[in-house]
Each structure stands twice: as C-alpha cells, then as structure tokens.
Design a protein around this ligand. Structure first.
Ligand SMILES: [Zn+2]
Length: 304
C-alpha cells in the first residue's frame, strides 16, 4: 500500500521496511515510538508525515479523503494534532526546553482526532540532557500519543531510547551533508590502529582533531561524524564475527581487524564512543576528549 504513497520504499534494500510499515498502515496502528532512520532528512520527514496521516485517518479506505483528518490535510492546512518538532540554534538540535514544552503539549487532549502525533526531526542531534528528558516521556507516554523520531544515525541515540522504539531504515537516500572520503579513510585506519600493538599509531591519527581554537567548532563536528563512522565499523565487525558478512556491501580493513575482538569488548567500545560524544557536546576540550578516546578504546581492546 505504502509503495504507491511513498515510492522511495520500492528502492532496493527497503523491502523489509516496506513490509513493516505496510503492516502498521493496514491496521492503522503505530507504536508509541517509531524511529525512522535514513540518510535523507527530507525523505524521513515525508515518510513520517504519511504515517501520521494514515494513523489519523478514519476513512473506510485509507486516505481516500472523506474523513475529517484527510480533509484538513488535503486542504493544505497544518493538522492541529500532528506536531513537527524542529531543532533550534547553531547545532540545529531539539533543545531540552523544547522537549519539556512537548511534554506539556502531549498531556493535552487531541483537537480533532483520537490522538496526537509528534514528529521529531533530526532527533539524533539532541544533546544528552534533551535525550534524557525525552526518554522520560517515552518511558511513560501519555495515552494516545505517538512519537515519530527521525534520524540519520540511530546509534547516536541513547540505547534506552532505541530499545523503546520500533526502528525502520530507509535505504539509499542521499544526504545533503556528506561526510568527506578522507574522514572515512581516517576512521578505517584508526580502527586498524586500535588493533595494532603499537600504541602510537592511534594517538598520531587522532591528532587530526586537535587544532587551533578558531577551528574548534569544525573539529568538534568532524569528531562526532568520526565517532559515528567508528560505530559503523564496529557494527560491521559484529556482523562479520556473526558470520553474516554477505549482507555488507563492502568490508573495511578496520571491520575485518575488529571482527576478531570479542563482542563484549565491541559493545564496551560502542558505549565508550557514546561517552566521547557526550564530552564533545559538553564542550570538554578536544585534546582531552581525543586522548581519552584513544586510551579507553585501547584499554578495552587489550583487556585480558
Ligand atoms: Zn481519511
């Protein structure tokens, strides 16, 4: 059903997502937390809006236009019960204040329909205090409220948020904000260096993020992209050690090297990278953060 409404889902690699979302659309039911991950923010928003409309729809045949909710949407007006929450400020992130306001809004009864939907755009850029505030809301969601969370990298979200949501991924979207190839290469070499017996390899590579004060903001942003890439490499390593490497489009050297590390240690590394992201967000100085990253990842790797 959804492939007509949103043809992106007929693209390669999306059949599972399509089946999952079709089942939700068929029953016009959504989980309290639906997480949509994809490289194109615009596609994520479009899909979230479709799912919200389907969920609100009271027509006999879904979205055929005769119910009140469809009529509002078709008129081009904003549906009062579908709220899009956007980021603010330099980081373009949803703030903790916005989450607190949303908490109040979520307690109010719906204006038109039977429920309210909140669409959180780029929710993986929320800092830790915003994520924690949101987590509280997700843990005890008000009745008849659904949160659709959109992100590029769901691993940037707290595990406790992820575990309370049903996650789907749109494959093959292109991002307006591309990560430079050089950063991919750096992440791959760094992952190899973590496995190297020589401690200095990783230290040397991490010096890339230590720059002049005026270049600090760019370095912070790149470090967050970098930790995201390292997470991806670690997840690939887990896939390889589970013997499922056939599903990977390509296998990096770093993932190959890390795949012999125990899964406990790889999990510990993922948690460590979350801590590193938090330090970046709290503006702990980059030399300290980067040094901590190298020494802790190395320590985890070398633990007996
Ligand atoms: Zn309808």
């Amino acid at each position: 059903m959804l492939e007509n409404l949103f043809p992106v889902l007929s693209r390669d690699g999306n059949s599972r997502t399509l089946a999952q979302l079709d089942a939700m659309a068929e029953s016009r039911a959504l989980p309290h937390g639906l997480l949509i991950e994809g490289d194109s923010p615009a596609e994520c928003v479009e899909l979230a809006e479709i799912m919200a409309k389907v969920y609100m729809c009271g027509c006999d045949s879904v979205l055929s236009g005769e119910c009140e909710s469809c009529m509002i949407s078709d008129s081009g007006e904003a549906h009062p019960d579908i709220v899009t929450v956007l980021g603010e400020g330099k980081q373009n992130a949803i703030t903790v204040e916005r989450i607190r306001n949303m908490r109040v809004e979520a307690q109010m009864s719906p204006t038109k329909g039977r429920s309210r939907v909140f669409i959180l755009v780029d929710c993986d850029t929320m800092n830790m205090s915003a994520q924690n505030a949101f987590l509280k809301l997700l843990e005890e969601p008000p009745e008849n409220v659904v949160f659709i969370m959109l992100c590029r990298q769901r691993m940037n979200l707290l595990e406790t948020i992820r575990s309370r949501a049903v996650a789907v991924r749109i494959e093959g979207g292109s991002s307006e904000e591309t990560i430079p190839d050089s950063l991919y290469e750096l992440a791959d070499t760094f992952a190899c260096a973590i496995c190297s017996p020589n401690d200095w390899d990783a230290v040397e590579l991490s010096a890339y993020f230590i720059r002049d004060k005026k270049d600090n903001a760019a370095a912070q942003k790149e470090l967050l992209q970098f930790t995201g890439l390292i997470r991806g490499i670690i997840r690939d390593a887990m896939i390889i050690s589970a013997g499922a490497q056939d599903i990977l489009p390509k296998i990096s050297q770093g993932a190959k090297k890390l795949s012999v590390v125990s899964s406990d240690k790889l999990e510990a590394m993922l948690a460590e990278l979350d801590t590193i992201d938090r330090s970046v967000e709290f503006h702990i100085t980059l030399p300290l953060t980067v040094t901590a990253m190298v020494s802790r990842l190395k320590r985890i790797k070398n633990k007996k």
